[in-house]
Ligand binder design. Structure first.
Ligand code: MLT
Length: 408
């Protein structure tokens, strides 16, 4: 008789955003006349920009012609896109990244879930708390996190680094030494950012203790302050201790199109059983075995993001969302809420009023204001009594949501 994977059985409940979607659908079914404003999942609402649409059309036409048709994509990504990324996202910022250190994929969510596969099973991970749930859940599925304590909301074999208002939402170096450290800045969910000096401390620490930083840069396009790094590779020494995850979802609106990348420098090596192992080689092996490459048309769309027109149009989209972020942040503050983030990030993080739990506030907001947000405790125990609103809605909906929240 077959058995199901016990590690999967350890996962409590359903994925955070699936739980929220179910609750919202149930409420809408019972209240069909209510206009719900969705500021929960960080999904974009603006259409793809003209430069991207044009590139898609052109690539589709190429697929219709035997002379230009493309089948399987190269498993690590087309050279044209790897080169455009390396030039624009890295070398233009002084980061020493070669084209072949960039692996193109179908998005940062899958890469952030899959990257753990190239580490040995008894790897100890450290995560910010609260944290994007995928980092922990994917390691639970791999049997790495020990046991879940429903009382504390913690896994026995995970190092949690609390990020709260008290420490400015910046993690402190852990007392126990981790093997891999997940960092996401600008942060999902708190919307906070760290300076280059603060990130340098982590890079120095990782090099010292022999840990790898998995740096999720999905929100870098939202950075508005000069001293905030767009890439971990802006820090000295990052080539020997860091992997970076990149997304086209939040900057260019590819949440439905799907495109991302993982950057693994050749200098990231570990001495093991008398051999020097490059993690780059293992990820290339994984990609080759398990993945047939992001679609040609989508990679052409990704390349268009780096054209002059593409860059200008994306900047405008990001600006539109940041106008919402600023409106939500200031509106909440004016209404007496403690609110954070929203300056280098499309997320605003607020403390729940009247000491409500995050889920109590979720229900309150949904039923009384018909506004959907994300309960902070869904991202980890230190997210309790916090709540996240995204700036990815329309400006009109952001204004209306704030009016409704003020009227509560
Ligand atoms: C979020 O809302 O946290 C994000 O949309 C999740 C994701 O990017 O997968």
């Amino acid at each position: 008789m077959y058995r199901a994977n016990e590690d999967y059985l350890k996962l409590p409940g359903s994925y955070l955003f699936s739980t929220i979607a179910k609750k919202v659908s149930a409420f809408q079914a019972e209240n069909p006349d209510k206009k719900i404003i969705r500021l929960g999942i960080g999904d974009v609402t603006l259409p793809l920009c003209p430069a991207v649409i044009e590139a898609l059309h052109k690539a589709v036409d190429e697929q219709a012609d035997p002379a230009t048709f493309r089948g399987y994509a190269p498993d690590l990504g087309y050279e044209f896109l790897r080169h455009a990324m390396a030039e624009n996202d890295f070398r233009a910022r002084g980061c020493d990244i070669a084209d072949d250190e960039i692996f193109i994929s179908d998005g940062a969510k899958s890469d952030s879930a899959n990257i753990q596969e190239i580490f040995t099973k008894n790897t100890k991970l450290a995560v910010c708390d609260p944290v994007y749930p995928v980092y922990v859940d994917s390691n639970v599925m791999a049997g790495r996190c020990g046991d879940y304590d429903a009382e504390t909301g913690m896994w026995s074999n995970v190092i949690y680094m609390p990020c709260t208002a008290e420490n400015g939402f910046a993690p402190e170096l852990p007392s126990e030494t981790p093997d891999i450290i997940y960092l996401c800045f600008p942060n999902n969910p708190t919307g906070s950012a760290i300076t280059k000096d603060q990130l340098q401390v982590w890079v120095d620490y990782a090099n010292k203790v022999g840990a790898v930083i998995i740096f999720d840069a999905a929100y870098e396009a939202y950075i508005s302050e000069d001293n905030v790094p767009h890439s971990v590779f802006e820090c000295e020494g990052a080539r020997t201790c860091a992997i970076e995850l990149r997304s086209f979802s939040k900057n260019a609106g590819f949440t439905g199109l799907r495109l991302g990348a993982t950057i693994i420098p050749h200098d990231l090596k570990v001495k093991q059983d008398g051999e020097e192992v490059e993690l780059h080689r293992l990820w290339a092996r994984r990609h080759g075995t398990k993945y047939n490459g992001a679609p040609y048309i989508v990679q052409r769309a990704g390349e268009a993001c780096y054209s002059e027109a593409g860059k200008a149009q994306i900047k405008e989209m990001v600006g539109t969302y940041m106008k919402n972020a600023s409106y939500i942040l200031n509106g909440l503050k004016d209404a007496g809420y403690q609110a954070f983030g929203g300056v280098n990030s499309p997320y605003v993080w607020l403390r729940t009023p009247d000491n409500m739990t995050s889920w109590e506030f979720f229900d309150h907001l949904l039923t009384k204001a018909n506004v959907v947000g994300t309960p902070g405790s869904g991202f980890g125990p230190s997210g309790e009594h916090y709540f996240r609103l995204t700036a990815f809605g329309s400006y009109e909906n952001s204004v209306e949501a704030l009016d409704r929240i003020r009227a509560l």
